[in-house]
Design a protein around this ligand. Sequence first.
Ligand code: AR6
Length: 201
Amino acid sequence: MMMNPATDSEGGVIDMSADGEQRYDAPPRIRGRVFVVRGDITQEHVDAIVNAANTTLLGGGGVDGAIHRAAGPELLAECRTIGGCRTGDAVITRGYRLPAKYVIHTVGPIWRGGNAGEAELLASCYSSSLKLAAEHGVHTLAFPSIGTGAYGYPVSKAAQIAIKAVTDCLQTDPSINEVRFVCFDERTLDAYERALSATGR
Ligand code: AR6
């Protein structure tokens, strides 16, 4: 007997068959707007790149260090005027010498085992960044894998949260045309590709 697939309110197909794992075939509004690539985020030609910063906004290692080096000292000077950012929040600056016009700085949670609100805070990094991007007329945006370096968030869990938070936001925000997850290493790329393909794209 033929059965119609279950659909969500926007026509996305929920597939419970095959290996029994639930897959979500995203509605057309999301399709073609979220990409996973390997690379160095400082080289991305997008309207804004996101920085995995710390609460001081005064720079650090990892992607934060790379963004500050590539943007030049004017970025740190502007960050000093902001006075910090809370975990899960985001702030925006200019991109200076970067190809991107803006840098959105967000602060991921430090992984403490998973029962300290880490998942909500990490999701909030993505939603706060997208909100700020939309408010500044950003159409193309690149994220690094927030929290999964120095802050220790397990990458497969972080990738699922990141993909879900971004696809949820894009459903209600038509102004963002493209979100790229720029993964620095093979393991991170693999985790984000898996998380994205689990959505059916
Ligand atoms: N392009 C894209 N991704 C990168 C790049 C790059 N150029 N460089 C590193 N990554 P992390 P966190 C990846 O540690 O865990 C800083 O000191 C990296 O391989 O940069 O949120 C801040 O000041 C990893 O997959 O950020 C904070 O104190 C991912 O970016 C703290 O680290 C995130 O790793 C934030 O820690």
